[in-house]
Design a protein around this ligand. Structure first.
Ligand SMILES: [Zn+2]
Length: 314
């Protein structure tokens, strides 16, 4: 996920850094605060979502998709591991295609979004479901929650929906180049991150997309996803209602947290209602501890079932 927080005062910024477990790089004055223990509270009992009351997305498949990505190791945009992953994701997505975008990796080759689609009953309505598949370019960083989790959920959702089953046509987009390079001169998220989503937002806004749903941090063990302040309130309320219907409402509490510049923002700017599922009280954000020990099959399933239910009502 991208790292810009909008509209925070100093106090809010410090709180965000503490919640996030550190800035990049943390300024020396903030290091102590960044390491302070922070309660990563979730309203769910013991922080764990209950087993969903719906089973339309195979939780074992979804978690295997997460694990397979982590086992590839670091997958920064333009790396060999990332390019191999993109090919694998293309084969997994229904009607999967690779789409080159107007940004290049370190080797000079274009970055690529991976796009799939499942046709709906409504001839006009189109909804985009997205996640980023690149990982932050930090040594040893495997992005179990930040990269693999959202990507796994998107692919598993795509494979759970049959053509004509839902009203909207659902386009599944796995974004390349979400993370700004580690180069400190290119930390500007608006400019150097969100590269895949800027390209996709242009395309799907032009096609009249009715909504965009972004899955970013959706797999951490202690799951709590309040509304991120950029996210379109009405669509967010539909998600909360969907989560409640499948029995995981506690993971989507009625609260709003500071705005985050993430892959939903280019869609919002293009006029498409959009929401970002991101549990930003995630202590392993952009740290090597964002590995398999930090995520859970239950959390990933709860997020996936909630989004399926939302899609079924759009
Ligand atoms: Zn990230």
């Amino acid at each position: 996920m991208a790292i810009v927080l909008i509209g925070l005062g100093v106090t809010g910024l410090l709180a965000a850094l503490v919640l996030a477990g550190g800035s990049e790089p943390p300024s020396p004055g903030l290091r102590g605060a960044a390491r302070a223990p922070v309660p990563d509270e979730s309203p769910c009992p013991r922080g764990r979502p209950p087993a969903p009351g719906a089973d339309r997305v195979d939780e074992n498949r979804t978690f295997a998709l997460l694990r397979d990505q982590v086992e590839l190791g670091p997958r920064p945009a333009g790396s060999e591991a990332s390019r191999r992953l993109a090919e694998a994701l293309r084969r997994l997505l229904p009607n999967g295609e690779l789409e080159e975008i107007d940004a290049r990796g370190p080797d000079g080759r274009p970055l690529r979004n991976v796009i799939g689609a499942v046709r709906g009953r409504d001839p006009i309505k189109l909804v985009v479901v997205g996640a980023h598949y690149d990982t932050k370019d930090l040594p040893g960083f495997v992005g179990a929650n930040d990269g693999a989790g959202g990507t796994a959920a998107v692919v598993s959702l795509a494979r759970s929906i049959r053509p004509g089953q839902l009203a909207p046509t659902v386009v599944f987009v796995l974004f390349d180049g979400e993370e700004a390079p580690a180069d400190p001169l290119r930390e500007d998220i608006e400019r150097y991150g969100l590269r895949g989503s800027r390209a996709a937002a242009r395309d799907y806004a032009a096609r009249g997309a009715a909504a965009m749903i972004l899955l970013d941090f959706v797999a951490d063990r202690n799951l709590s996803i309040p509304r991120e302040a950029n996210s379109t309130p009405a669509l967010w309320e539909e998600l909360r209602a969907a989560a409640a219907r499948v029995g995981v409402g506690c993971a989507f509490p009625a609260a709003t947290r500071p705005a985050i510049t993430d892959d939903h923002v280019p869609f919002l700017k293009a006029g498409v209602p959009a929401i970002d599922l991101i549990d930003f009280t995630y202590l392993c954000w952009h740290r090597r501890c964002d590995d398999l020990s930090a995520v859970s099959r239950r959390s990933l399933d709860a997020s996936s079932e909630a989004v399926y239910e939302l899609l079924a009502r759009l």
